[in-house]
Every structure is written in C-alpha cells, then in structure tokens.
Design a protein around this ligand. Structure first.
Ligand code: COA
Length: 266
C-alpha cells in the first residue's frame, strides 16, 4: 500500500486524507493505482506520471494534449471489487455491482427503467428477475458512463434487450445517435459481483475484441506492472458472447483460471 501511495498526485493524496473510513481509503488507493498501472501497461510511461482531466460531469480522462490521449478509460467500484476498462480511440464505460445489495430491484426498475425493460423483466419467472435486473442495471450504467454525461441522460431514454446471444440497445430519442455503433458485454465476475462494459465503435460493421482479466497492480524488481489472471471464456468479441449463459453459470462451476502473467513493467 505505501507503494500505491507513492503513485498519487498531491491532489489525490488530499482526497484520500478526506475519506473518513478505512475501507473507502483502501478502495480509493487501489482504484488510483489500478488506473495508473493499467494505462502504463499500454505505454512506456511510469504510472506516477499520468495527469488526469475531467469533463463537466466528472468523467476522468487523459487531457487532449497528452500523447496517449487516444487511450480512453473508465473506472467503477463496489464493495469488494474495483474495475478499470481501457480502450483505444473509442469511448468506453464500465460498471460493477454487488448483486447482494439490490433487493428492491423490481421497484427500482419500475421507477427508473424504460417501459419495455419493465415489461421484459415482469415477463420472466420470478427466480430470474433479480439476475436480469442487475444485468440491466450494469448495462445501463456502463452505457451512461461511456457517454460521460452522468445522470443527465435519463435512464428511460434508452432500453436494453438481453437475448440469448447478446444485449442490444434501442434509443427512445433521436439525440443519442446510431444504436448500431454500440457493443456491450455483461458477465458474472464471481458469486457476488456482476459487471458490464459498453464500447462505441467507429462504424456499424466493426467488431470489438475484448479481454477481461483479474489483475493486481504490483512492483517487481522496481518496475510496475499488472499481475494478470485470464480465463479463456473472458476473451472474445463484444456482443457475440453467450450472455445469458455467462450470467447463469454458477461461480462454483466456472472454469478455474489456469495461468498468471506479468505485463511488461514501466
Ligand atoms: C457517476 C456515475 C457516473 C457513476 O456512479 P456510481 O455507479 O456510483 O459509481 P462507479 O463506481 O460505477 O463509478 C465511479 C467512477 O466513475 C467515474 N466517473 C465519474 N463521473 C463520471 C461520468 N460522468 N461519466 C463516466 N464516468 C464517471 C469516476 O472515475 C468515478 O470514480 P472516482 O470518483 O473514484 O474516480 C453516475 O452514473 C451516477 O451517479 N450514477 C448513479 C447510480 C445510479 O442511479 N444508477 C442507476 C443505474 S440503472
């Protein structure tokens, strides 16, 4: 942890000091270290050298004059999990949620989701509704975060339909552009956590290759890198994954990760 602290700017250290609880401090420090080391894994830069800007809605990004500004990233955290998504040359958003926390799912959906989503949720057998609610929640949040507009984008201004093979989006107003440019992926991280990713393509026919890894920022022989653990089912093409299958798979039956690797250090 002192090594993570060494990566923070003075401003980030002040934010850390203002946090009242140890678990929040831990989460903040881990999020900052993860973001910095993840970005460095795509460049030769030391993780302590990144400087961030943020838009009017609080979305952090690299400043436009940074030579690595083509890298877009997004962060999400929930109790017990921190996530960082990185893309090159396209907007990206990620959301992670603790599935055990949202017991009032149907009421929340009725209040905030689109009528189509509420109808689809109600049509499911009651035992499947909670899982589908979390899937919709994470997808909606990932999309909002990729857009970077925060909660100014109403949650009922777009709908997700989650089929056997993929999730797709429909817009209920014209301002949100072409829905065919968006690719989504939702998955079960472990027994407790669910995640979703949203990426905007440059053209409707484009396919996005993605890789999802469990990582830990670490120092090895004085160089920062990510200790990674991939599983084969976590690599593929966004939108083509068997989403329902992935969401339904009990964590106990999930294939055990088979190898560890170390990203090149900086
Ligand atoms: C800011 C918001 C962007 C995400 O909030 P959240 O779900 O509470 O938090 P997450 O952990 O997923 O994401 C937080 C991170 O997103 C990033 N972020 C902040 N503002 C952002 C924005 N406008 N766009 C994208 N990312 C943003 C930041 O990195 C932030 O972490 P940091 O403050 O440690 O740097 C926004 O969507 C929000 O307020 N959501 C409220 C939750 C809600 O009602 N969701 C309903 C979903 S159905």
């Amino acid at each position: 942890m002192p090594q993570y602290l060494s990566l923070l700017t003075a401003d980030e250290r002040q934010r850390l000091a203002r946090l009242a609880f140890e678990d929040l401090k831990h989460e903040f420090l881990l999020t900052r270290a993860l973001c910095r080391v993840a970005l460095s894994s795509y460049t030769d830069r030391h993780p302590g050298t990144w400087v961030f800007a943020s838009n009017a809605y609080g979305r952090p990004s690299l400043p436009p004059d940074d030579p690595a500004a083509h890298l877009s990233f997004n962060l999400s955290n929930t109790c017990g999990l921190v996530a960082c998504a990185v893309a090159s040359g396209r907007p990206i958003g990620i959301d992670v949620e603790d599935a055990a926390r949202h017991h009032e799912g149907e009421k929340i959906a009725e209040r905030f989701f689109s009528p189509d989503e509420v109808r689809a949720l109600r049509a499911l057998p009651s035992v499947e509704r909670h899982e589908r609610f979390i899937q919709l929640w994470t997808l909606k949040e990932a999309y909002i975060k990729a857009k970077g507009l925060g909660m100014t984008l109403p949650l009922d201004s777009f709908s997700f339909s989650c089929g056997a093979q993929q999730a797709s989006i429909v817009f209920h107003d014209v301002d949100q552009g072409d829905p065919g440019l968006w690719r989504f992926r939702a998955w079960r991280v472990d027994e407790r956590h669910r995640a979703a990713l949203a990426v905007k393509c440059a053209s409707a026919g484009e396919q996005i290759a993605f890789r999802i890894s469990e990582v830990m920022p670490a120092v090895h022989r004085g160089r920062w890198g990510l200790l990674c653990r991939d599983t084969p089912e976590h690599c593929g093409v966004a939108g083509k994954a068997a989403m329902d299958e992935a969401m339904a798979q009990p964590a106990s039956e999930a294939k055990a990760p088979t190898w560890y690797s170390w990203t090149r250090g900086t």
